[in-house]
Each structure stands twice: as structure tokens, then as C-alpha cells.
Ligand binder design. Structure first.
Ligand code: NI
Length: 186
């Protein structure tokens, strides 16, 4: 159990395509996840991807079984360990081939002090495995869908500023939200 150092944007290890996990339910994997949970909790993050602590694996954690003090109004996302994830965007109805996007503010523990508005798919299905190798298959929307897309982007070397389209809505948290108390980083 240990809080690990979180890599910051500019570190080339954040730009790699992460490798699939091949061994489940191993001591090494459980230790890694325990460190990731400690690190995410210490930073009050909404999620954390293994590449953010320099580990080149397709492994993300997100959500919390308690309320996050930094996101008191955010819908609850169950604490999840997601390995070898696949995300599929979904349309609102079977007759609709377009995938709706929604915009909202994001931050990232690897991009401290900044926030930006990022478009994400409104509704997704994600599949993968937990740390024991048991399958996960969920259809989600809203904040849950956003968190999963943000974290899984870390597995393909993408940080949220690379998704920002309107740079008039990107800046320093303490300036953007001056007067609001919420202001560290996700
Ligand atoms: Ni991030």
C-alpha cells in the first residue's frame, strides 16, 4: 500500500499505447491496484489510469463507494477496477445512427491546476475485466460515461487537453472558477 507519484503532462510515458493485462488475480496486480486506490484517494481523484503512475498496462480505476468531497453533487459511480477495456459509443435509439456528444468541464491529476470543456459521447457501453478476470459489461451515460472515457483515453496516450475544441473554455481552475470553492484537480 503506497501513494505513488503521478506523472505530469509532458512525460512521454503518458503518450504510450498501454499493453493488455495477461495475468489476473496475481499478487503483483493486486498490489498495483492497491497502490492506485491509495494514490487516487490521496489526490481525491475521480479516477486514475495505470499509465499515470508510469505502469504501461490497460488498467484504470474510478468511482467511489463514498461521496467524493470534490464532487459532492456528482452522481455516484461505483468503485470499479476496469482492465483491458473496450468502449463502444451508443446512440439514443436503435433508429438513430448518430452518437450524441455532451460537453462538460474536466480536469486531470496529470494536468494539475487546469480545467477545460471536453466533448464526450453521452452514452456508451464498456466491457472489460475486473482484477479477478471476471467480465464487466455496463451501459452508462452522464458523469459515469465521461469518467470512463477520460480514464480510458489515458490508455491510448490521450490527455483531455488533446480533446478540447474550444480553447476559450480552457484555463487555470482558480481563475476560471474564482469564487467557487471547488478547485483542485481530478
Ligand atoms: Ni486524467
Amino acid at each position: 500500500m503506497a501513494v505513488r507519484e503521478i506523472l505530469k503532462m509532458g512525460d512521454p510515458r503518458l503518450l504510450r499505447m498501454a499493453q493488455p493485462v495477461t495475468q489476473f488475480d496475481s499478487d503483483t496486480l493486486h498490489l498495483l491496484i492497491s497502490d492506485m486506490l491509495d494514490t487516487m484517494l490521496a489526490a481525491e481523484g475521480a479516477g486514475l489510469a495505470a499509465p499515470q503512475i508510469g505502469v504501461d498496462l490497460q488498467l484504470v480505476i474510478f468511482g467511489s463507494n463514498a461521496r467524493n468531497p470534490r464532487y459532492p453533487d456528482a452522481p455516484r459511480v461505483p468503485q470499479t477496477v476496469l482492465i483491458n477495456s473496450v468502449i463502444t459509443p451508443l446512440s439514443d435509439s436503435e433508429n438513430n445512427a448518430t452518437f450524441a456528444e455532451v460537453e462538460d468541464w474536466e480536469g486531470c491529476l496529470s494536468v494539475p491546476g487546469l480545467r477545460g470543456v471536453v466533448p464526450r459521447f453521452a452514452r456508451i457501453r464498456y466491457t472489460g475485466f475486473d482484477q479477478f478476470g471476471d467480465p464487466i459489461d455496463r451501459t452508462v451515460d452522464g458523469f459515469h460515461a465521461r469518467v470512463v472515457q477520460h480514464e480510458c483515453d489515458h490508455l491510448v496516450g490521450k490527455l483531455y487537453p488533446m480533446r478540447v475544441r474550444d480553447f476559450t473554455r480552457f484555463g487555470f481552475t482558480d481563475v476560471l472558477f474564482a469564487g467557487n470553492q471547488a478547485s483542485s484537480d481530478d
